[in-house]
Design a protein. Sequence first.
Length: 244
Amino acid sequence: MGATKNKAEPGFFDRYPRFYTTSTVGTDKGERLNERYRALIRSNIEIIREKTVLDLASHDGRWSFAALEAGARHVTGIEVRSYLVEHAIASCREYGAGDRCRFIAGDVFDQIEHVQTDSIDTVFCFGFFYHTPHHMLLLSKIDRLNAKYLVLDTEIDPSTTDCIVRFRKEKIVREANSLVGQPGDPSHAFVGKPSRSALETMLTSFGWTFSYYDWHRAGIKNWHGIRAYRDGWRVSLVATRSST
């Protein structure tokens, strides 16, 4: 995965600039959004086109819309911040895709229970996996859907080869962070960042095979805003459900 680019090309989100204004996350870091589009959407066209997609923690709908533009039959997004859901609905309507998407305001762990088994082909989990301590619970809920593919983009801890998760607290006031505070500290969420070994062990425990996107072979000249991918602190992959 990861094809070398021979020449500069316009970015996807440059054609849909509304998404530069509907969120404060990842919109002021050079080509971050456009490079992530190339990694997460364009390189996965075959598992998006004519497919039903579930977008977990769908934020302002940027990736849901990108999937629709890539030919997805229908996209359902789940996002806990209601104002971001409103932005997602408005953006998809403005860009003419409102009839092929549905956005649900609520906690991912609660709302995914209402998604019917065998109704989803491909699941997106972008920028959410390291904002929860409940990784295996999340994967079990995804597994229940019987989706064929999981496209996962997450921070990891590359400092060790051990199979571990490093737990920490993060402020819920920041738009990029979890919104689920703790009873003893409601202004902070308790979250966990897995090592690569832990991530792979979790995926294989559900019988999924996986393939990483090769960021180093994507022809990137300017790593501003995406150095985490270059330096191994963030990864993108596709997990495929076993046919058995």
